[in-house]
Design a protein around this ligand. Sequence first.
Ligand SMILES: [Mg+2]
Length: 252
Amino acid sequence: MPLHAPLDALTFDLDDTLWDNRPVMEHAETGHYAWLDEALAAWHGTHLDQNGRYGERFPLSAYQARRLELAKRHPLRRGDFTWIRERSLSELLEEYGLPRSAARMWAAAAIDRFLELRHHLTPYPEVETLLDELRSRYRLAAITNGNADLTRLPLAAHFPVTIAAGEMLAPKPDARPFLAALARLGSTPSRALHVGDSWREDVLPAWRLGMRVAWIDVHDDSERALPAGVYRLRHVRELPNLLQRLDSTLRD
Ligand SMILES: [Mg+2]
C-alpha cells in the first residue's frame, strides 16, 4: 500500500470530530420529546382524560427502547436514525390511541423539531479557520452517519462534497460512502486522508481502503497500537501540524 503519495483530498467525519456532539444530542433528544408531550396535551385539551398524558404513558425511556427494537427489526435501516426515530414515534402514538394518520403527522412534527434542535451546535472555535485554510490546498468532503444536515450549517461552504451515509443505507464502516466521496472529489485512497473519531466507523474502514487516517482520539485510548498510516490526534486543531509533517516526509 503506497503511503508516500502526496495528499490531494481530505474527508471528514462531523459529530465529535468538528464539534462536541454529546450536549447537542442530549438537548435535541429531551427537547423534541418534551415538545411532543406538551403539544399533544395542548391539542387534546379537555379530552386528555381519555388517554392520559402521553409523556406519562410513554416516558423517554420507552421511546429509546422502541428505537433499539425497531433497528433490530429493520437491519437495513439501522444507520438511518431519522427514519428509526420517526417510525418509533409513530408506533408509540398509535399505541397511545391516535389514529394512524394523526400519529404520523405528530411524529413528523416531532422529528422536524428534533432536526431543528440537532443543528443548534457550535463547531470547535478553530474549525472555521482550519477548513478555510485547508480548502485552498485540498479537496474536502464530509462523510457522516449522523443526521446533521450540513446544508443547514454555515460550515457547508467548505465542503463541495457531503455524503449522508446513513441515508444511503450504507453507514460507515461500510466502504461505499468513502469510495463515493473520493470518486466525487476525483481522488483515490492513496492520495486521501480521512479525519474521524470512531475507531470502528472511521479509522478501520478508511485504513483498509488504503487511505491515511487522522484519528481524533477523544477518549484518550492511548493503549491502542496504530497501524502504519494511522495518526493519533487529540483534537482536530492538530491536523495542520500532521499534514505538514506528512508533507515534509515526502520531500525528504
Ligand atoms: Mg464521529
